[in-house]
Ligand binder design. Structure first.
Ligand SMILES: Cc1ncc(COP(=O)(O)O)c(C=O)c1O
Length: 336
């Protein structure tokens, strides 16, 4: 199985799911028990925050949130200070979907290991672009979607579960194995894969990963990093544009989040789409605490997701469009 290759895992430790959200729900709800404490971070997506906050509100678990700085960096040492006697799990997002800033997963993994805590990584924004190694990084569970940088179809995802980690399945049913038993099989992957899988989607995901392996992840990363860095540097010349996140291209994925003065992010996104044919995502990107950290919780940002198939010409088009919007703003007095 090619996903295993990307993670330096063995194929028998990976199950297919229908999304990163699905994987994260199984990892979180299947691992945590009544009275447990979990540590998450402010750069996490709602697909982590909502399950843990739901469980906290139901009185099942306790949750601590580690705050990032205004560029999206998490200080790994902060995990130490939050550990309690009942802490069972650390969850971290490898790359922020708002600003792209990478977390030091290996360091966090060392802290989890040293304190005998399980470590769950959300690799939604990094898988296929940034190298991952579940052995070296001491990762116990890793959630990934198929439809982002792995070039798979929507409705695909996977969860890596280290040998020795047992999760309570969220779904019980037919697996095509041990049919004589009315109880869920214990074996991987059947313990967690009930019902007919998305076989067509998985075939598509397989083709996507084959392509990545044939191109080489380093080449993909270099191309995306160069384009993002070029865009970032050019944006600094547009003085009405505020760019969020770190200026260090090597510390982030190819995400550019920005605002133009006091214009609503949704308005900029609309203009980019309607007048220039450029599709961005405007708003809070399902990561409200990340926006709080970078100071945009009331307005959101306009996010450009730069991919392997983008070219320097695409970036120039985006820069020209943003320049035009800045000029338009000069002739419009009221915030739009
Ligand atoms: C960081 C992060 N985590 C989780 C998710 C959820 O992924 P999915 O849509 O596959 O459930 C996303 C999706 O945008 C994401 O960016």
């Amino acid at each position: 199985m090619l996903i295993a290759k990307l993670l330096n895992a063995t194929p028998d430790r990976i199950i297919f799911t229908c999304s990163a959200t699905d994987s994260l729900n199984l990892a979180i709800k299947g691992y945590l028990k009544k009275g447990d404490h979990v540590i998450v971070t402010s750069m996490d997506h709602n697909s982590i925050l909502r399950p843990v906050m739901h469980m906290e509100r139901e009185g099942i678990i306790e949750v601590s949130v580690i705050a990032s700085d205004s560029k999206g960096y998490i200080n790994s040492v902060d995990f130490f200070t939050q550990i309690r006697p009942n802490t069972k799990l650390i969850i971290a997002t490898h790359a922020s979907n708002v600003v792209g800033t990478l977390a030091d997963i290996e360091k966090i993994g060392e802290i989890a290991l040293a304190n005998r805590l399980a470590f769950l990584v959300d690799a939604s924004q990094s898988i296929g672009v940034v190298p991952l190694d579940v052995q070296k990084m001491h990762i116990d569970m890793l959630a990934l979607p198929g439809h982002k940088s792995l070039f798979g179809p929507t409705g695909t995802g996977a969860l890596y579960i280290r040998d020795g980690i047992d999760l309570v399945p969220l779904r019980h049913g037919g697996t095509g194995t041990f049919s004589e038993s009315m109880f869920q099989p214990e074996e991987m992957p059947h313990r967690y894969e009930s019902g007919t899988g998305n076989l067509i989607g998985i075939a598509g995901l397989n083709a996507g990963i084959k392509y990545i392996l044939s191109e080489g992840m380093e080449k993909i990363r270099e191309h995306e990093e160069n384009l993002a860095d070029y865009m970032y540097q050019e944006l600094l010349k547009l003085n009405k544009v505020i760019v969020y996140g770190t200026e260090k291209a090597c510390d982030k994925t190819a995400v550019i989040s920005l605002n133009i003065n006091n214009w609503a992010a949704s308005k900029i996104g609309q203009l980019l789409s309607d007048k220039f044919g450029i599709i961005t995502r405007a708003g809070l990107h399902c990561a409200p605490l990340a926006h709080k950290a970078i100071g945009t919780e009331s307005c959101g940002t306009v996010r450009f997701g730069i991919g392997y198939f983008n070219t320097k010409e695409d970036i120039d088009c985006a820069l020209e469009a943003l320049n035009e919007i800045c000029k338009k703003q000069q002739t419009t007095t009221a915030p739009i």
